[in-house]
Design a binder for this molecule. Structure first.
Ligand SMILES: Nc1ncnc2c1ncn2[C@@H]1O[C@H](COP(=O)(O)OP(=O)(O)OP(=O)(O)O)[C@@H](O)[C@H]1O
Ligand SMILES: [Mg+2]
Length: 312
């Protein structure tokens, strides 16, 4: 199947006075994928999202959505997506049902269709029980679910989520992740911003790491981990007398300086095959191991490796 492009961002920049909030960022988002913009506070994630969704004018650069230039064909481009902002613009004093009805009508649905869609979304987002309560009584998680429900009224093919789980408790966060996965299964393309590495890791097919307005790296979570992160192997040697020989073997095979603590050796490594080679060399030397653990790098490690020392 040929991969279709949902979004193309080309040399995008945004200056606020003297500050370059977004600095020459380019990437493409494929149809059907979850694309994550990952970066710390103030990195420029929301600014990028606001430009793609036509809420903010770029200082320079171009953006196309499903082939439509957002500047020349803004209405057409806009009709393809739904947006859930970092801060919701719903009315606090009225109920979830009333908010959904209002936004459905604003999106051009008839009164009857608005009622049907409102009921569907209340059910989908488990908000039926609280549908008629005023939003001022809602928890943070309920509010986020309502925000998302509102952005899905028109069943958009492309969904933008700005920090969908910030401030949510772990259980509600998992619920939101499930909802996002369900949307992907139904064929939606999703662009989300997050400060959480585990969120990017578990949801996104590809991640763009943004720092100080610049795109530092782009890739699948696995690629990013492979490229910059190092795994750690910890093994216990049965016979203390073998420890120096074992350490020497691992140093050669895993291409890194092992640390020895009592009868335990800790070594960093980049490729799994280095571990297999190391273990078979230990076996050849008749060195027995009593315990072995391997720990993958986290995206946290990757992020540190990518951002440290790159700050202007
Ligand atoms: N309207 C604006 N006027 C002036 N400066 C702005 C404006 N919007 C954003 N900025 C600045 O641009 C930079 C990027 O902000 P942005 O909101 O895009 O970051 P972010 O990555 O979304 O951060 P967060 O994780 O905190 O949401 C920040 O330094 C911010 O202060
Ligand atoms: Mg933001």
């Amino acid at each position: 199947m040929q991969e279709k492009i949902a979004i193309k961002v080309n040399h995008l920049s945004k200056n606020f006075d003297e500050q370059k909030a977004v600095d020459d960022v380019s990437f493409t988002v494929k149809q059907g994928e979850v694309f994550g913009l990952l970066g710390p506070n103030g990195a420029g994630k929301t600014t990028i999202l606001r430009m793609i969704t036509t809420l903010l004018k770029p200082t320079s650069g171009t953006i196309t959505i499903f082939g439509h230039d957002i500047k020349k064909e803004s209405a057409l481009a806009r009709s393809t997506f739904g947006l859930t902002g970092q801060y919701a613009s719903v009315d606090e004093d009225i109920s979830a049902r009333e908010n959904l009805m209002i936004f459905s009508r604003l999106n051009g649905l008839s009164k009857k269709s608005s009622q049907t869609r409102t009921n569907e979304l209340l059910k989908e987002f488990s908000l039926e029980k609280s549908a008629n309560k005023s939003l001022s009584t809602f928890s943070g998680g309920m509010r986020r679910r309502l925000d998302l429900a509102i952005s899905l009224i028109t069943r958009p093919a492309l969904i933008f989520l700005d920090e969908p789980t910030t401030g949510l408790d772990p259980r509600t966060r998992n619920q939101m992740w499930d909802t996002i996965r369900k949307l992907v299964k139904q064929g939606s393309t999703i662009v989300l911003t997050t400060q959480y590495l585990d969120e990017a890791d578990s949801l996104a097919n590809r991640v763009a790491v943004i720092d100080h307005g610049k795109l530092i790296r782009i890739g699948t979570p696995a690629e990013l981990k492979n490229e910059t992160g190092e795994s750690t192997m910890t093994l216990k040697i049965s016979n203390q007398d073998d420890i120096n020989q074992a350490s020497q073997i691992l140093k050669i095979e895993l291409k890194s300086q092992p640390k020895i603590i009592d009868n335990t050796i800790v070594t960093k490594f980049k490729k799994t095959e280095q571990v297999t080679n190391g273990l078979s060399q230990l076996k050849n030397a008749k060195i027995n191991i009593s315990d072995l653990t391997v720990q993958e790098p986290s995206l946290d490690d990757v992020f540190m490796a990518l951002t440290v020392g790159k700050i202007n």
